[in-house]
Write a protein that binds this ligand. Sequence first.
Ligand SMILES: C[S@@+](CC[C@H](N)C(=O)[O-])C[C@H]1O[C@@H](n2cnc3c(N)ncnc32)[C@H](O)[C@@H]1O
Length: 273
Amino acid sequence: MELTEDEFTTQVMRHLFRSRGVDLSGYSQSFVFRCIRRRIGRSGHLAYPGYLKHLMKSEEETNELLNALSINVTEFFRDKSSWDAFVKAVLRPMIERKTAGGGLLRMWSAGCATGQETYTMAICVAEELEDIPGPERPMVTVLGTDISHQALVKAKSGVYEKDQVKGLSDRMLAKYFVPVGEGYEAKDIIKKRVRYVRENLLDVPTMKYFDIIVCRNVMIYFSRKMHEVVARNLFEALRQGGYLMLGKTETLLGAPRDSFDVVDLENRILKKK
Ligand SMILES: C[S@@+](CC[C@H](N)C(=O)[O-])C[C@H]1O[C@@H](n2cnc3c(N)ncnc32)[C@H](O)[C@@H]1O
């Protein structure tokens, strides 16, 4: 079977969508192809059809390809426009509701890695609460969970090297971090709001009734079956009317998909019906 470069790239993208729910349609074909070419060189399958067959059979190669696409990195305010949309469509209205009605606002960063996402959420909260008089401010908690013990140790320390704080503006860095050694440490104003627990997303969640769950760039590494288990668990952990934000390339697979309304397709923001 002769495949052109474009046909081959399209078939690889289709495989990533079907097997992991990763939607790369917004990426340029040539960027995707360059990443695949790097993997082809390393995999030993030099012809397109051979590599495609290998990729479709191998979970490991699929993970390697996702890594090559740099989908595994984490950073503060990763995909900045999504966080802007998140604040406007989710956090601000939720804080307004809780301010008026009282009660606790519970947020969860599921698969938080080394904590940049969790602290991003805590910074967004701090910025939004700033203009609300102290006694009226709702209580807001942010839980960060990950399967990696090592990642959680770093997350809890709240200490990051210079090149790891690139996503933060100078203003935010000065406001929410203090310089330590060669890097920066999160200040108590954001650290105090955050709690970390080791948890496997494939297990039935021990904590529930979240108002907001952010689960970004985690399920892309899972088989479709695993993705569906995690999607079900996230659905169960969310309150009715609660929000779920996925990574920018992700799509929710499986039954829970119909139990959500799409709030913002581009930024993968969903609302539990
Ligand atoms: C690519 S990082 C995503 C970090 C962050 N959410 C972001 O988008 O920047 C994926 C994280 O998922 C975690 N992870 C993988 N499998 C998991 C599982 N079964 N349960 C919980 N966390 C898991 C990994 O340890 C890793 O820290």
